[in-house]
Design a protein around this ligand. Structure first.
Ligand code: GLU
Length: 280
């Protein structure tokens, strides 16, 4: 299989140094391997995605000297595929419909058991309120994965480690999946798929062999490997790179416009300066 990796920004703000770092690493790895470097536009959240930001992504990447192999995949063009897979998961009984608000989840989690974590890669770990309630889809705000059932099935594929609390992304333990991740969201009423479901389907559809992503997504990777296992999709090799931080050690966020590639460019920085700034 041809080495294939991708850069998958969301068009919801300017690309900053952290994005540049991720894109350059993925691009250079692909080129060094004689492989493919793909660009994906993660515009799942249509309430925040803007065409102008998408244009800026192309411009910034070109300016950085990165070129990608066609075609560019846009998540907004694949909502029907996501819905179809979600339906498949529903039919095999791996999901449930949930109508809890954020406040409901917080209230239910108000008396946590000692030693049991309350936050996972998706925010507060879902306390299970709607799991057995059989809500109709029309009365639900989101669809969740029933983690207990999912790991029962995944166990047959030796995806899970027994007993230990090791949290390696490719072979997490049952404990980790149940207690530290829980019933993650797969889709919302106004969103065809969650981040987790969409990236798993996109990576498979584009034959990604290597995912290059920031260490901030390390905790989300076991969810993706689990979904691949359940859906019979191949698992790529995951490379989690360190994060670019600001001078105070804080991770860069979209609002750090001063670190935006376009802002640095207009200050007169060159693509070589950007590489140097991120230590490449
Ligand atoms: N759109 C995601 C992000 O920018 C993609 C990253 C990934 O799934 O590796 O965080």
């Amino acid at each position: 299989m041809t080495f294939t990796t991708r850069f998958a920004p969301s068009p919801t703000g300017p690309l900053h140094l952290g994005h540049a770092y991720s894109a350059i690493i993925a691009h250079d790895m692909a080129r060094a391997a004689g492989g493919r470097f793909l660009l994906r536009i993660d515009d799942l959240d249509q309430s925040r995605a803007r065409p102008a930001w998408e244009e800026q992504i192309y411009e910034d990447l070109h300016w950085l000297g990165l070129n990608w192999d066609a075609p560019v995949r846009r998540q907004s063009e694949h909502f029907a595929d996501y819905a179809q897979t979600l339906q498949k998961l529903r039919q095999i009984g791996l999901t449930f419909e949930c109508n809890c608000t954020r406040r409901d989840i917080e209230a239910a989690a108000n008396a946590p058991q000692e030693g049991v974590p309350t936050f996972g890669p998706d925010g507060r770990i879902y306390p299970g309120t709607c799991r057995a309630l059989n809500h109709h889809r029309d009365a639900a705000t989101c669809t969740r994965l029933n983690m207990g059932k999912a790991i029962e099935i995944a166990d047959r594929f030796t995806f899970l480690e027994n007993g230990s609390q090791n949290t390696g992304p490719q072979t997490p333990s049952k404990y980790h999946m149940l207690e530290q991740i829980g019933d993650v969201v797969l889709a919302r009423r106004n969103m065809a798929a969650s981040y987790h479901l969409s990236v798993v389907l996109d990576d498979a559809a584009t034959n990604i062999t290597h995912v290059v992503r920031g260490a901030d997504l390390f905790e989300a990777t076991p969810i993706h490997v689990l979904l691949q296992t359940l859906l019979g999709l191949p698992t790529p090799i995951y490379h989690h790179h360190n994060l670019i931080r600001d001078d105070n050690g804080k991770r860069l966020a979209k609002r750090d416009d001063a670190r935006a590639v376009a802002a640095l460019r207009s200050e007169g920085k060159t693509p070589q300066d950007i590489r140097a700034l991120v230590g490449l």
